[in-house]
Design a protein around this ligand. Structure first.
Ligand code: NCD
Length: 297
């Protein structure tokens, strides 16, 4: 993905959003089948891919709880499952708890595999619609101060989003995390290598007034070995009405969702709260991606 392709994707996502009743897009993927295989829980990701496929005229086959409901419960490996499903479907969307699972699956699959989250690794389609959201809300992705906040160690959406930032001019990044949940070294090295200007801090309040984009994340409970450790750290950053006072008037507050307690519900009525708009953008960006993959560009 380069900058030009991303702009094209945003344009196509926009078309998906504005799709009229007689638009040919309604039948663009007729006869095509999407398989969603999820070994970890999901609401938005699976349902937006499936809704998007249906809106484009395609069909969907799905295993929503692959650990229990697929032959994985009988001991079948991911590799075997993917090999078989790729003979039924035209594209596979896969979520799996192991890092690198989607890559491994793609190597065995006869059809394209989309990574819908591989453990604490990556979540690239989330990044696509995060960027689409910033593009819509701010009109441009250049010259922005962005803060990525919360669980930067295990949060896969953050890992994927930051990979795109070097494509944009004068991005300034604040990485806000407690020491225990700091961004893994390989991503820090990546940012450094790409010449992205960033700082790593533990306090959120001092950076709030500077931000154009505040990207909050959930502490990834399921990645902690001990419940006690999670409980001790879970509310390290909580955004409430009070914190909003120090933020810029045109700042944008994002969150990949699900949220737990890191954004108070009272923040939802502030026009800067963009996370529900962001989730809706996920549908359009994923439709655009499915269209590209199955119809070519
Ligand atoms: C994210 C995920 O699964 O990584 N959810 C999503 O797809 N929007 C974020 C999270 O679970 O915290």
């Amino acid at each position: 993905m380069d900058r030009g392709r991303l702009t094209e994707l945003f344009r196509l996502a926009r078309r998906m959003e504005q799709m009229g009743k007689r638009d040919k897009l309604h039948t663009a993927l007729q006869g095509k089948i999407l398989a969603t295989i999820f070994y970890e829980p999901s609401t938005r990701t699976r349902l937006s891919f499936e809704a998007g496929m249906i809106k484009l005229g395609g069909g969907v086959i799905s295993v929503e709880n692959a650990v229990l409901a697929s032959s994985a419960s009988k001991g079948e490996s991911l590799e075997d499952a993917v090999r078989v499903v790729s003979s039924f479907a035209d594209v596979i969307v896969l979520r799996h708890p192991e890092k690198g699972a989607a890559q491994a699956a793609a190597e065995l699959s006869r059809v394209p595999v989309i990574n819908a989250g591989d453990g604490s690794g990556e979540h690239p389609t989330q990044a696509l619609y995060d960027l689409y959201t910033i593009h819509k809300e701010h009109k441009s992705l250049d010259n922005l101060h962005i803060a990525l906040v919360g669980d930067l160690l295990y949060g896969r959406t953050v890992h994927s989003l930051l990979k795109f930032l070097p494509l944009y001019r004068s991005v300034q990044l604040s990485l806000v995390a407690p020491k225990r949940l700091r961004l893994p070294a390989r991503y820090v090295q990546y940012l450094r290598g790409q010449g992205v200007k960033f700082k790593q801090v533990t306090e959120l309040a001092p950076v709030l007034p500077e931000l154009d984009v505040l990207y909050m994340t959930r502490i990834q409970k399921e990645r902690f070995a001990s419940r006690k450790e999670y409980e001790a750290i879970k509310n390290v950053y909580v955004l409430d009405e009070n914190s909003l006072k120090s933020m810029k008037k045109d700042a944008v507050i994002m969150h990949p969702l699900p949220r737990v307690e890191e954004i108070a519900k009272t923040v939802d009525r502030d026009p800067r709260a963009a996370y529900f708009r962001q989730a809706e953008n996920g549908l359009y960006a994923r439709m655009a991606l499915l269209y590209w993959i199955l119809k070519g560009r």
